[in-house]
Design a binder for this molecule. Sequence first.
Ligand SMILES: *Cc1c(COP(=O)(O)O)cnc(C)c1O
Length: 407
Amino acid sequence: MSSDQDGPARPIADATRVVSAGRRPEWTQGIVNPPVWRASTHLYNSVAELRTAGGRDTHHRLFYGRRGGPTQWSLAEALTELEPGAEATFLYPSGVAAIAAALLSVLSPGDELLLVDSAYDPTRSMATGLLKRFGITTRFYDPLVGAGIAELIGDKTRAILMESPGSLTFEVQDVPAIVAAAKARGVTALLDNTWATPLHFRAIEHGVDLSILACTKYIVGHSDVMLGSVTAAPSHWRALREMSLQLGQVASPDDAWLGARGLRTMAVRLAQHQASALKIARWLETRPEVARVLHPALPTCPGHDLFARDFIGASGLFSFVLAGGDDAARIALIDGLDHFGIGFSWGGFESLALPVDPQRYRTATTPRFDGPLVRLQIGLEDPDDLIADLARGLDRFAAARDLSSRP
Ligand SMILES: *Cc1c(COP(=O)(O)O)cnc(C)c1O
C-alpha cells in the first residue's frame, strides 16, 4: 500500500508496460490477449441508434470496419501508452503507408518538406514521386545538420521528417535541436522511430509531433506481418486521424492481433537484440578486415554523443565497412553465412545480412567509405555462433579481396 510518505509514485517500467498496455477489459472480454474482432458491419438496434452513432465521434466506438474495432484499438492504445505525452495512435497496413498518411496530414500543394538525406529509400521515393506530383517540394538535409536546420527552414517549409539513426549508415540526429528549430517556425516535426522503438527513444517527450513506426520490424518481431503506426502529439492527432480515414487506411484485425502478441515480448527481445548486436559490433571492431563499425553505441558512429545523450538503448541493426575489397569479395562473405538470412527488413528473431550501398541514394551529402558496406540484423541466436559464422565470412572476404588485388 502506498502512503503519503512514499513520495511520487515510481513510474511503471517499460517491461511491465508492454505486458499490460491496451488490455482494457471491454476489449479483452475477460481473456488475456484481446481476441480478433473481425467485422465490416456493426449492427444497430434501431434506425435511431444508427443515426446517433453516425453523428458522434467514432473513436473507440464500433461503427464500421474501416474505423477498426477493439483488436486494432487495443494495439493502438498500447503504442500510445509507450509514448508519454502522446494523444493517440493510428495503425496502417505497412510502415510506408504510415509515412504517407503522416506526411499527407500536414503537407499541402506549395509546401516544402525537409527530409533527412539518410532516409529509408521508399520514403525518398515517396517525396520525389507522389509528393512532387502533388506540388510538394522536398529538400534533403545532412543528418548531422543539428541546429543548422534553422537556416534551411524557409517560408514554404511545413514539415521536417527525421529518421534517427538512418537505417543504412546510422548517423544519429540532434532531434531536440531540430525540434526546437521546427517549433520556432511552426513547422511539424516527424520522426521515423522504427530503429529505437518507443522503448529506447521517447519521441513525443522529445517534442516530436508525429512518431512513425514500421511495426513490421520490432513490434511484430517475427518477420511475418506488415504493419505500421503513427503516434501523435495532442496538437496533431485530429488531422492525422482525419487524413487516415479519408485515405481509407485500416490495418486488419488479424495483423493487429499479431502485432499486439509481438509487443508483449518486445522489451526482452530488444534487450537481447541490443546485447548481442553490441557484442558482435565490438568484436567486428577488433578485426583487421573491418575498416569501421557504424553502430550508434560506438564512438566511431557519427552522432554517437547524441545517442549517449538522448537514447535509452540501442537495437539490433547496424552496419560495418569492409577494409577494401569489391562487391565480389563482399558477396563471398555474405553468400556463405550459415546463420544469417539474405533479405530485406529486420526486427525479427532471425539474423540477416545485406549488402548496402547508401552512396547511391544520397543527394545532399556524399559519405565516403573505405570499402563496401554490410548491414547486419542481429537476431536472437547465440551471439557466439554468429561471431564464429562471421569470422569464417571475413576469412572468405579477405581471401577474395587479396586474390583480386594481386598484380
Ligand atoms: C521497413 C522500414 C519502413 C517501412 O516499413 P514497411 O512496413 O516495410 O512498409 C520504414 N522505415 C524504416 C526505417 C524501415 O526500416
